[in-house]
Design a protein around this ligand. Structure first.
Ligand SMILES: Nc1nc2c(ncn2[C@@H]2O[C@H](COP(=O)(O)OP(=O)(O)OP(=O)(O)O)[C@@H](O)[C@H]2O)c(=O)[nH]1
Ligand SMILES: [Mg+2]
Length: 474
């Protein structure tokens, strides 16, 4: 393909890194970690926007922002910056020498989700790679994707995004607003578009296969009587740390945004019948077409018996609320996978618990304010937890059991009757199979006292089928 657009875009079927739209770098499935480490960039901003999160995303990728260039006023619909200002940036880029502070800059970052028109407009002018916020996120996802499944998801999101830019290029070519890119003109772009669409169709099929396999695994888990707890929340909230503490399973924990991209399932230590799902975090303002690719991954955590929403107690009030609203929106909008055959497959639980994480790092005042804010939103009082120091973990575990199984029940299993009958230990093992035993003690008369959690239907059955040998102690 001989396209030489000024943008860099994912190119289907090759891995030569060449392409058209800013941001994709043409990375193929199966290769690559973080090829953007050490790059230098300029950041363009309109108005007075808070750049903290954007800068954290850039830092996570190991990219250095050499200079922030701000222009007051609203974004220009054609090129984000006004034409004159963008021309200045472009001139300076073209004329820089080795000693220029911009030396080595090969990336322009745009502090918003730019339209395809704006992306094309800026790229045309500056003639180096351009990433808006979505492209930054996609690149970040790409560098953190560590499995074929995650890479497929990211690739789909990226192709969908690139396709919108190709359409814009075609639009500009056909309406005479020539993009000014050489290569094959409209025919060349159309050929690229066809390739992208073809690859997209293949990847979607692959993703569907994964989703089906995942749904199968989930059904099996439900059939086995296991309960699932989904851990969700804004990126970097501390979900994986909590997962690690509760399950003892080593997952990646980093002070980086989007360390986790896929769902990991683990068993709760001491309560192996409870499964935990750690998953990708939320972020503000991600277009639905990008989110769409991650639906199946999220479904795994959302379709659970109990949802735990993790909030970072170190966030200030504005950040806490922003992340809380984003999380609640995500939770609300999440529609479970449809499976007509199996009505249990799309039960989105209403049961939700809130957690304020990292309490070892936050002051008591901050924690009190955060608790207050959460409750003012009409939500339950959050649990205060430190995964690092273990604070609040025992209460949290008990609460999880309570939410899943109701209050602890005390049972009496009467001793073996003199005329034979079923052995008391057979009943004890049945109790173990039915619920979660916290402790059991053998009585002097040979019977047992058991303290355990159990779902009420199962409990009634257990007692009903025991010939009077199992009794509930009120
Ligand atoms: N001091 C302290 N740090 C914590 C605690 N929980 C998490 N962290 C830190 O917070 C950062 C993010 O933690 P993760 O568990 O990776 O957060 P996450 O929500 O899984 O993040 P993503 O997967 O990137 O969305 C890491 O640097 C953790 O070490 C805690 O209880 N105390
Ligand atoms: Mg994580």
């Amino acid at each position: 393909m001989s396209m030489t657009f000024g943008l860099v875009m994912a190119k289907p079927g090759t891995n030569d890194g060449f392409g058209v739209i800013a941001g994709s770098g043409g990375v193929e499935l199966g290769e690559y970690r973080s090829e953007h480490e050490g790059r230098k960039a300029l950041l363009l901003i309109r108005g007075e926007e808070d750049t903290t999160e954007f800068v954290a995303l850039v830092k996570t990728m190991g990219i250095e922002i050499v200079e922030v260039i701000a222009q007051s006023g609203n974004p220009d619909p054609k090129s984000y910056f006004g034409k004159g200002r963008l021309q200045d940036v472009s001139d300076e880029l073209k004329m820089r020498s080795n000693k220029h502070p911009w030396s080595g800059v090969d990336l322009i970052l745009v502090h918003s989700n730019a339209s395809p028109r704006q992306l094309v407009g800026i790229s045309k002018q500056v003639e180096i790679e351009v990433w808006d916020r979505v492209r930054l996120l996609l690149s970040l996802f790409q560098s953190h994707a560590s499995s074929l499944e995650a890479r497929t998801q990211v690739r789909i999101a990226r192709l969908r995004s690139d396709i919108t830019v190709l359409r814009e290029l075609i639009n500009q070519e056909t309406t005479g607003e020539r993009a000014g890119y050489g290569g094959g003109g409209v025919t060349g772009i159309q050929a690229a578009l066809q390739n992208f669409n073809r690859e997209l169709a293949t990847l979607r099929k692959r993703l569907n296969k994964y989703a089906k396999a995942q749904a199968e695994r989930r059904k099996k888990r439900i059939r086995s009587g296991a309960m699932t707890v989904g851990l969700v929340g804004y990126t970097n909230a501390g979900k994986s740390s909590l997962f690690r503490n509760l399950s003892g399973k080593q997952v990646l924990v980093q002070d980086k945004l989007f360390s986790t991209l896929e769902t990991t399932i683990g068993r709760m230590e001491e309560s192996p019948r409870i499964l935990l799902a750690d998953t990708i975090g939320f972020i503000d303002n991600l277009p639905s077409q990008t989110l769409e690719a991650f639906r199946a991954t999220l479904a795994e955590a959302f379709e659970c018996d109990l949802l735990i929403l993790v909030l970072d107690s170190t966030d200030n009030e504005d950040e806490l609320l922003r992340k809380l609203y984003t999380s609640l929106r995500e939770i609300d909008s999440h529609t479970p996978l449809e499976d007509e055959q199996d009505p249990t497959s799309n039960t989105l639980t209403q049961e939700m618990m809130l957690i304020l994480s990292k309490v070892d790092l936050a002051t008591d005042e901050r924690i009190a304010v955060s608790e207050q804010l959460v409750m003012e939103e009409g939500l339950d009082q959050p649990f205060l937890v430190s995964s690092h120091e273990g604070t609040g973990m025992a209460q949290l575990k008990n609460e999880i059991l309570f939410r899943l199984y109701g209050p602890k029940v005390e049972l009496l299993i009467t001793p073996n009757p003199p005329d034979g009958g079923r052995d008391v230990r057979a009943y004890l093992s049945q109790v173990h199979d039915t619920g979660l035993v916290q402790e059991f003690t053998e009585r002097k008369d040979g019977g047992f006292n058991v303290l355990f959690w159990c779902e009420s239907g199962a409990l009634a059955k257990l007692i009903g089928n025991s010939d009077g040998r199992i009794k509930k102690i009120e």
